[in-house]
Design a protein around this ligand. Sequence first.
Ligand SMILES: [Zn+2]
Length: 201
Amino acid sequence: MMQPDEKINIKKVDTIHKEKIEKLLRQLLIEIGENPDREGLIGTPARMAEMYEEIFGGYKINSELDVSFTEAAETIIAKDIQFYSMCEHHMLPFFGKIHIAYVPAGKVFGISKLIRLVEKYARRMQIQERLTKEIADEVMKRGVKGVLVIAEGEHLCMKMRGVRNGSLILTEAHRGIMEQKEIREHVLSLIYTSKQELQAV
Ligand SMILES: [Zn+2]
């Protein structure tokens, strides 16, 4: 039996139809003016279909944050979790780092579970703002006192096209006691001060 709260906003995908995707990609190559039968491209639709199964694998990940252990702790920060996602407006990658800070209510999450949570929401068609919020909402739902999520992302759709603006996009979401400005500022200083120290070494 699935817990109903685990299924919110999760589209159920059984398996990716690789042959269908291959056909579409082959057609796409023709439409952009390529010859899909030339040596370098002949295997490309199949390779991309294979790759899509991995980079869009987030739809199939269920939350594993339930596996936690009891620990007396105030604030826990999981910093610099690498993510790779796909911009849903241009279907180009955006990627970077996510920091998750939370105040547990008795239980703490293993770092591997937080990484898995990031993958769940990153490995799909996404926008960075929603990615940040969805992670915060899910951590909050697991019964913590508060959570702050920061994402730092580079967007290829901004770098490769349009304005060719290469700036880093920062997004933030906070819930629970992180609504309190003093607590949030303290946590932000922990994240960013230790980062600078690391860079100075
Ligand atoms: Zn985009």
